[in-house]
Design a protein around this ligand. Sequence first.
Ligand code: UGA
Length: 435
Amino acid sequence: MIGVDVDENKVEMVNQRKSPIFEPGLQDLLAKVVRDGSLRCVTQTEKAVIGSDITFVSVGTPSLRSGGTDLRFVRAAAKDIGRALREKSGYHLVVITSTVTPGTTESIVQPIVEEHSGKRLCEHLGFCMNPEFLREGTAVHDVFHPHLVVIGECDRRSGDQLERFYQAFFDKKIPLMRVNPKTAELIKYANNAFLATKISFVNTIANICERIPDADVISVAKAIGIDPRIGPHFMNAGAGFGGSCLPKDLRALAAFAKRIGYRETLLKAVSEVNENQCRRVYELARRNLRTLKDKRIALLGLAFKPGTDETRDAPSIKLIRWFKNAGSKIRVYDPAAMKNVMRIYPEISYAASATKCLDGVDCAILLTEWEEFRKIKPEEFLSRMRTHVLIDARRIYDSVQYSKNMHFVAIGLGRTKTRDKSRECSRRKITTRVK
Ligand code: UGA
């Protein structure tokens, strides 16, 4: 296997058996395959294409200002592959795994490769679109245990070739679906858009729960998730979804629908709910502290989810900006993602540990459900914080337990602000006596 990247540093790191990204299990796997010679990396596409039978294109497809998909890197890769293929004899299969809008493989990639290689589909060339469904944080596991392999084939021979590759790669039978390239391209967007819709749905239910005394989104989500037509996954309410995929792909699908003349409303609503969800966390802090000016705020968790250092489109990035603008003093902690946030906000304070992050703050907001945050005891919050407002945006703490202390306001998203019943009784007694 030959890896190609235009970034010399990344190529150098991989060849030296160092993972250029934080991803659980990747470092060990990379070290193994580079050591045993199954993987080496180069910066020239030509070398890789000539020395192989199949080229997988997995370049980035970032958002354009319009929300649409920027295909610049896909076009550049297609051109490089085409040029390299001019020098190669025999059949070669080009597989697009990047997330691209329907029509890209057949209408953009194929013509570019054909033009620059001087070869045609069928004779010497094959094309497939093969979306991947890897999740950051569990990507290594997902590679070896796919729930589905989708092959979008430009012709039968291309599909057969890719299916044979996967049969050899996995030593067990895996679920596989062969479709045309446009359908495969849409499957990827539809998959991510549906996941995003589920999250915005459960966040909407969470917001409704907060207005119904004693209702709790966790039980609602658990109950409806048992219905096999709904399913239990992606039902956790929180500060909203982030990362490099769900928000971008949702925008891209909405922009694509508009471009082809369909005025959709659902995807826009899903994005809007997500934006508002993050804002709600900020508003909760503002309401409970009365003013945010000069208040000390601790953010526990910066990564968009545990197991990754990814902070693109993460709720933490927006919250830091809003709190900064409101004149708050911000201290943050994350076991993996601090260096990524430092590049954007070098001026805020970075704590050495989760508990140190709490020292002297007025409000702590839990944004990412890292395991180590679950171990922080109520006493730790109590002894370290100046004012005790805890906003648990991931519901990892028992807010009833935490609110037992008169001075602790613990707010779990998706339930009414916790009131300890025994405290309510004693308050009522006091009121009666005063009367
Ligand atoms: C997502 C998809 O899950 C993958 O299948 C897909 O391959 C990938 O995008 C991609 O397109 O490359 P990923 O971005 O790694 O994977 O993260 P998810 O696990 O989907 O989580 C996304 C966000 O949703 C996170 O911020 C997470 O905290 C949030 N989330 C997830 C919730 O708020 N509630 C949930 O119940 C689940």
